[in-house]
Design a protein around this ligand. Structure first.
Ligand SMILES: Cc1ncc(COP(=O)(O)O)c(C=O)c1O
Length: 447
């Protein structure tokens, strides 16, 4: 089954390898975009990735163009229907009538985009959305960005600069690392920890003198669905005079009491940490936000480049964010959250019965451990052929030979679809020889 771009992948590889062997002599250097493409394609890691794509035509299921999607996560690709276990809209709010109504009502009033950096002007809907988010989370204020990536790239350099120490958990999301690199370019000393623990924090801290200290970490790791020991880390970081910064993109709306996220669940309050939430995953809108106080927000507005020099969340989506905050205050949200957690438990209980190793389950991500890259792709493809799409997560998203079948559960998945996935996983496990083990991480307390 060819995926988009397969032909160009093959021709790129043929061109790059041909030139290296001198098989395809050229009259002169290739210039323009073709030359640029060729130069980039010949870089070691890119060439390896292209070779892998060409050799495993149709196996990797990346860059799928979905033709259809229903409320209960039935989707179509190249005319074939399947259950989609690869959607971050964990609560199915992307299909909610109140969310749709908010977008369509705001559109004629505010237009599709207000076309200015918020540093100049923005609709009052922005303040309304930030206040509603703050009320839901029980914090003094929040600060919205057009994405979590832009929040991380705007806030991390704003809170860790020259003379400061920024500790980053290696398993954090790529956008946390991008933000940290910008902070380092601005003079912060950057340290990575591989196993985040109070001892690791103290060790890094004692090796240097710093004006200020921040530790950045995910609330729910995006590939494995696991949660790090946030309460211990917060105590250690605060004990050393620093601040914990938690990218809780996958915890927002689904983990902990009232879905306030992994940080709130672990710490009880968000008063002393910076929690970054996603407005596009469980929220099913667009954007990211960071919790703060009004004074801190004023300072962040002055210090954050992605706020000053970037555009805003479009007004219809600000209205949708307000609608989702309202839904979070209704019994319907409790029902959705219960449905999501029941389905997640149904899945993890089934995996336990099958004897498959998995991570996560405290949020809506459950990742079955496969290991070998090719087996991970083969298992994903075999599940797809049986009518179930899950994401084959491989290097560099996970360590080499740390391949995972990443399953995203949805409140709207019929329970029969989860049973079907479990049956298919049982078959695929023997077909592909997925290593069997007992469960390797207990369910997080948030469920
Ligand atoms: C932990 C984490 N942070 C950030 C992001 C990026 O979010 P956005 O698409 O809003 O930039 C993701 C996306 O999956 C994520 O999992």
């Amino acid at each position: 089954m060819p995926t988009r771009g397969q032909l160009s992948v093959r021709s790129l590889i043929a061109r790059v390898t041909g030139r290296r062997r001198g098989v395809e002599p050229s009259a002169g250097a290739v210039v323009g975009l073709e030359g640029l493409t060729e130069r980039l394609s010949s870089h070691k890691v890119t060439r390896l990735a292209l070779s892998f794509l060409a050799a495993n035509d149709g196996l990797h299921l990346k860059d799928l163009g979905l033709e259809e999607m229903t409320d209960d996560r039935r989707a179509k690709y190249e005319g074939r229907a399947f259950w989609n276990f690869g959607s971050d809209s964990f609560l199915g709010l992307d299909r909610h009538p109140r969310v749709h109504e908010a977008i369509s009502d705001a559109l004629p009033e505010w237009g599709s985009h207000n076309g200015a950096s918020r540093a100049f002007s923005s609709p009052t809907l922005t303040d309304e959305a930030e206040a509603k988010l703050a009320r839901w989370l029980g914090v003094a204020d929040t600060f919205i960005f057009p994405s979590v990536t832009l929040a991380n790239m705007g806030v991390l350099p704003a809170i860790a600069g020259s003379g400061d120490l920024l500790i980053v958990d290696r398993e954090s999301h790529d956008s946390v690392h991008q933000g940290a690199r910008l902070a380092a370019a601005g003079g912060a000393r950057l340290e990575q920890v591989v196993t985040p623990s109070p001892a690791a924090v103290a060790d890094v801290m004692h090796r240097s003198v710093a004006k200020g200290m921040v530790m950045a970490i995910d609330g729910v790791y995006s590939m494995s669905g696991k949660t790090p020991p946030l309460a211990d880390l917060d105590a250690a970081v605060r004990g050393l005079g620093g601040t914990l910064y938690v990218d809780d993109a996958h915890g927002t709306g689904v983990v902990g009491p009232q879905g306030r996220g992994a940080a709130a669940a672990a710490l009880g309050t968000l008063d002393n940490v910076l929690m970054v939430g996603s407005l596009s995953k469980a929220f099913s809108c667009l954007g990211g936000f960071v919790t703060c106080t009004p004074d801190l927000k004023t300072v962040l507005k002055i210090r954050s480049s992605t706020f000053i020099f970037g555009g805003p969340v479009p007004p219809p989506y600000l209205a949708a964010i307000c609608a989702v905050c309202d839904i979070f205050m209704t019994p319907e949200y409790d029902r959705l959250l219960t449905a999501l957690r029941n389905r997640t438990r149904q899945l993890t209980a089934g995996l336990d019965r099958l004897g498959l190793s998995y991570h996560g389950g405290g949020a809506a991500i459950v990742s079955v451990v496969v290991g070998d890259i090719e087996k991970t792709f083969a298992a994903g493809k075999s599940l797809f052929d049986r009518g179930f799409y899950v994401q084959s997560a491989t290097y560099p998203a996970v360590p080499i030979n740390g391949g995972l079948l990443r399953i995203q559960v949805n409140a709207n998945h019929p329970t029969t679809a989860i049973d079907g996935l479990l049956n298919a996983l049982g078959d695929v496990a023997s077909e592909v020889q997925i290593p069997m083990r007992s469960r390797i991480e207990p369910l997080a307390a948030s469920a």
